[in-house]
Design a binder for this molecule. Structure first.
Ligand code: NAP
Length: 243
């Protein structure tokens, strides 16, 4: 009998739990609680942190979880580390369902930086019009480059005004499409896109639009994670569960 815990907050997790529900495999989807109105799901949902590695390990034991699937965002490094350590501590089988990183294609003009502070540091220089597609928790790092106009695309309105003197907020959630992103960038006269290397299709539209418009992209690399059992495929995830 399966009792699967899926750590989510991504399109991949949403797709996976839809498959698990239609396959009749019991699972619970876990959200951190960052988004105010998450979309309804066909499986039970729990919301909020577990209380670190120990809290997650206790949850796995108390709920007799048979399989742990880490389908969190590649930049959510803390929960992925916690998942690995809690799985090891409890002997729970763990699989990470991840997206391959994006790679530059001909026509792309990417500058790669290792992390968000490095992206903010790379923005020293004359004022530009920047699409900063990062999520509200990362905006503070860019206060050190206040000369730019920032177009911010956020899922929820920020609780406090972003610490960026010249910004414009658009409330929207993916998946996005390249034609709309191109129109958005034209309308706002964007001349630089700052993006995390999230991978996947839902957020790739801005990169395709940047290529079409000949715009440079400041691409932030993923945080490093320890080696773990990993797949990019939902099919392989289902095989692993049935294996
Ligand atoms: P993080 O820095 O790796 O995690 C911080 C803490 O949030 C964790 O220690 C954990 O708290 C809690 N947490 C994170 N994901 C959780 C989940 N799925 N279920 C329950 N608790 C969770 O994570 P983050 O970067 O803030 O991301 C939070 C959520 O947003 C994740 O679900 C992620 O998939 C999603 N997301 C993140 C990004 C991004 O760029 N980081 C983008 C899109 C979606 P405890 O230690 O108390 O357990």
């Amino acid at each position: 009998m399966h009792n699967i815990l899926v750590l989510g907050g991504t399109i991949e997790a949403t797709r996976l739990v839809a498959e698990l529900a239609s396959a009749g495999l019991p699972c619970t989807l876990s959200y951190a609680g960052r988004v105010e109105r998450p979309k309804p799901q066909p499986v039970p949902v729990r919301v909020g942190g577990f209380g670190g590695t120990d809290g997650l390990a206790s949850y796995l034991r108390e709920h007799a979880i048979t399989h742990l699937i880490d389908a969190t965002h590649p930049f959510a490094a803390q929960i992925s580390r916690n998942a690995l350590h809690a799985a090891q501590a409890t002997g729970t089988p763990l699989l990470a369902l991840t997206r391959p990183p994006w790679t530059a294609s001909p026509g792309d003009n990417w500058q790669t930086v290792p992390d968000i502070p490095a992206a903010a540091a790379a923005l020293a220089g004359p004022a530009r019009r920047i699409l900063l597609a990062l999520g509200r928790m990362h905006l503070a790092a860019f206060a050190q480059a206040p000369q730019h106009h920032y177009l911010l695309r956020l899922v929820d309105p920020p609780e406090a005004p972003p610490p960026l003197p010249d910004h414009h907020i658009i409330l929207d959630r993916g998946p996005f499409d390249a034609a709309s992103d191109e129109a958005l960038m034209r309308a706002h006269r964007i001349d630089l896109v700052v993006s995390k290397n999230a991978g996947g299709s839902g957020a790739q539209a801005k990169l395709i639009a940047a290529r079409a418009l000949g715009l440079p992209v400041l691409m932030i690399d993923r945080p490093a994670l320890p080696a773990r059992h990993e797949t990019h495929e939902i099919r392989t995830t289902l095989d692993w569960l049935m294996g």
